[in-house]
Design a protein around this ligand. Sequence first.
Ligand SMILES: [Cu+2]
Length: 67
Amino acid sequence: MYEFTIQNMTCGHCAGAVEKAIKAADPDARAKIDLATRTAKVETRLDPAAIAAAIESAGYPSSLTSL
Ligand SMILES: [Cu+2]
């Protein structure tokens, strides 16, 4: 489980776009997006850097805040 802080995520559409980007990178990922805290908790077998890159390429720079 990785937790990312995601910039620019301001509405439900953004949260959906972030989730879609995560699922595109890893179809087996489980993602819990929290709009209020602008964080995403992601369960994935991928390297967290790959998830961060996918989120960023959707337009939302992110940083890994915890493992
Ligand atoms: Cu939005």
